[in-house]
Design a protein around this ligand. Sequence first.
Ligand code: EPU
Length: 449
Amino acid sequence: MRITQESAGAAGNGEGVAGERLAADHLEIEGGERLAGEITVSGAKNAALPILCASLLTAEPLVLGNVPDLHDVRTMLTLLTRMGVKVERKGEAVTLDASQITEPAAPYELVKTMRASILVLGPLLARCGEARVSLPGGCAIGARPVDQHIKGLQKMGAEIMLTHGDIVAGVARGSRLRGETLVTDMITVTGTENLLMAATLADGVTVLANAAREPEVTDLANLLVKMGAKIEGIGTDRLVVTGVARLHGATHDVVPDRIEAGTFLCAAVATRGDITLRRVVPGTLDAVIEKLRETGANVTGGADWLRVRMDRRARAVSFRTSEYPAFPTDMQAQFMALNCIAEGASQVVETIFENRFMHVQELTRLGANIGIEGNTARISGVDRLSGAHVMATDLRASASLIVAGLTAEGRTLVDRIHHLDRGYHRIEAKLCAVGARIRRVEARQGEIA
Ligand code: EPU
């Protein structure tokens, strides 16, 4: 099995075209409604993506449940299909059969639409001994290099070259990746996932000594164990993996999405609502719940549900993003929207990504009072926001504009919601079901926002 320049650069499958069409859709929100009722949370995007890639590690079928129907998931399924993986999808159930990997390559056309495509690198190298993956570029929230993924795989014995914008990786014929102790320079979520998947089929013991502990990493590790991987230290920052010769098929449900859940919790508190979330893992939201309680919200819960009630204006709460189990960067924008209308002043410090404040300019258009200095945003709560035409710049920024728009006086129009469709399954339908007035306006043909 060889990778050719032509096949690696094969033409796109229309994702870009779909992206443009979606780019023109927008959301209209009539603010001021109190949210009340129940919402069922979907499976986690950031767990589903690595888990889909884990199918590349075995010749036997992987049967997955609770796979969210998101744009990023569809892109990943397209990518895997192009590699020769047979995919069957029925609602939230997805079966993947990678008995034949015909093309161990992730072309630019797909990688440019979704950075998580890099997650095929570790599994392909481990199973096929070779891979060609287009180098992901920076994105709106930061430069986001993948040097730690590459360094780790090199230490495990992979030969890696960067050529024509692609990462071209291989292991000497007849040999496997070898177990090593790997200490990444910083904690990286997809870096940990890539190296963990590679290590399951490596020769010997791999120690990931600075591993990410995000619940999505844990969910992937639990699936890998079901597939026959030998992993110790799951849920800690030290994963010890004893490589095995082969992995087998497994059945697994993707963990519920803590960020989708956290987004709804913020929306409920911002609108002084009363919402119960079903199908959540409350323990994965401890840091967010703690901060919501500081706003004055009443949060209660059980094994797989959470209820949040708020009957007054929120108190402003300062926080700092950090790796799990601390406050997640993926909730920073949504919680900031809540702080915009809270009583008092707050400070939000973003420590994970260097450019994750693009929502600030848009929140300001709605009347928020925010100043930025370096990685710190200073927010003075205002009595109310007023509806305006705003533009989504990335996935979580889009969600923060929705939280803000739900509380604003009058109509808010959110453009470029294709970002939202990457990570939230039918968010407007879920919010309407609990009383929000929000609708998707499909673009007229040819119109690009
Ligand atoms: N970093 C490097 N070199 C590397 C890897 C990371 O310098 O080789 C840096 C990054 O630039 C960043 C920091 O390390 O400053 C942490 O990045 P990390 O690698 O942990 O991020 P990621 O794996 O690319 C995942 C999620 C993100 C989430 C972050 C942090 C997926 C598919 N993506 O990204 O999710 O924000 O972890 O928790 O799991 C989102 O869902 O909106 C999203 C952006």
